[in-house]
Design a protein around this ligand. Structure first.
Ligand SMILES: NC(=O)c1ccc[n+]([C@@H]2O[C@H](COP(=O)([O-])OP(=O)(O)OC[C@H]3O[C@@H](n4cnc5c(N)ncnc54)[C@H](OP(=O)(O)O)[C@@H]3O)[C@@H](O)[C@H]2O)c1
Length: 286
């Protein structure tokens, strides 16, 4: 992962805007970073951090006004080209148009598959479409995106892929069955990719954040009531999560659990007998 001075950033921005400059100064042409779910929270901080590192950024979300404001702010602060792309990743046709745009980027150096949501109607007794949408956003959209971008990375023998999963994916969570299952898919998918792509010069990271202060819980007004003990857990700021992830990416670590408190929790749950973990999670659900 690279670091770029403000002067180089400015010339990189100009080279993106002018084809002539591009051919005159190929070495200053920045590669692209694609960040899904960058309207707010963790994704927005990835977009900012990657633009600061000198990447042109393609950032997605559904809330147009917020996404455009975020991309303008990041472009103004970093001097890099930042493009907002509105897409509902649950919608197959919209995903396909987005993938076409991604493939027009040319050189893609970094992809962060971050878009996601926690709250959905209950799986048991709820509408099937709600579960399908979550599988589309968390799983299908990531599989489609990686399937498109990896071949060029393999050809160039470089690139970085980050998959934003969740610490909760390591637990049985009644009420969030589909959420933790989709994130478990991502763990397995990205760790396997990490092993296979490492010899080809591509770094793949699974990020497992714990509770993070973002817009994530805004759709779930009953969250605090259902999880009264959540305030005892080590909540993190999204910028700290992203800093930990990028530091781990620089060190080519395949798995990142940001925050000491979260790492201790993960270790504790891994050491407990699984029957006890299930009993704890059952208690927590009532
Ligand atoms: N916050 C936590 O406590 C926590 C913990 C563990 C893991 N995570 C994971 O971290 C990732 C980022 O979440 P966050 O905490 O930063 O929450 P956030 O602030 O709500 O950001 C989520 C992003 O995903 C986008 N998104 C959601 N549904 C989408 C859809 N159908 N199509 C396209 N984009 C969609 C949102 O776009 P719009 O808002 O514009 O729709 C937003 O940009 C998620 O994958 C989440 O599972 C979060």
């Amino acid at each position: 992962m690279k670091k770029v001075t403000p002067k180089k950033r400015q010339s990189a921005r100009k080279s993106h805007q002018s084809p002539e400059r591009q051919s005159l100064q190929p070495s200053t042409q920045p590669g692209w970073a694609v960040v899904t779910g960058a309207t707010s929270g963790i994704g927005r901080h990835y977009a900012l951090a990657l633009a600061r590192r000198g990447y042109a950024v393609l950032m997605t979300g559904r809330r147009r006004k917020e996404l455009e404001a975020a991309s303008r702010a990041i472009a103004a602060e970093t001097g890099m080209p930042v493009e907002p792309w509105v897409v509902d990743l649950a919608d197959a046709a919209a995903r396909s148009t987005f993938l076409d745009r991604v493939m027009q980027c040319g050189r893609i150096d970094v992809v962060v598959a971050n878009a996601g949501f926690g709250y959905a109607e209950p799986f048991v007794g709820g509408p099937l479409q709600s579960a399908r949408n979550m599988i589309a956003v968390h799983v299908i959209s990531v599989v489609e995106l990686f399937h498109r971008v990896i071949p060029a990375m393999v050809q160039r023998r470089c690139g970085a892929l980050v998959v934003v999963s969740s610490l909760a994916s390591r637990l049985p969570v009644p009420g969030s069955e589909n959420y933790v299952a989709t994130k478990s898919y991502l763990n397995s998918f990205s760790e396997s990719l990490a092993v296979g792509l490492k010899p080809l010069g591509i770094t793949v990271q699974t990020l497992l954040p714990g509770f993070t202060r973002t817009d994530f819980h805004r759709y779930d007004p009953a969250f605090q009531t259902r999880q009264p003990a959540s305030h005892l857990l080590p909540w993190m700021k999204p910028e700290d999560v992203v800093r930990a992830s990028l530091r781990a990416l620089d060190r080519k670590r395949p798995v990142c659990i940001p925050g000491l408190g979260n790492r201790i929790l993960a270790q504790a749950f891994a050491l407990l007998p699984r029957a006890l973990v299930r009993a704890i999670m059952r208690q927590r659900a009532h």
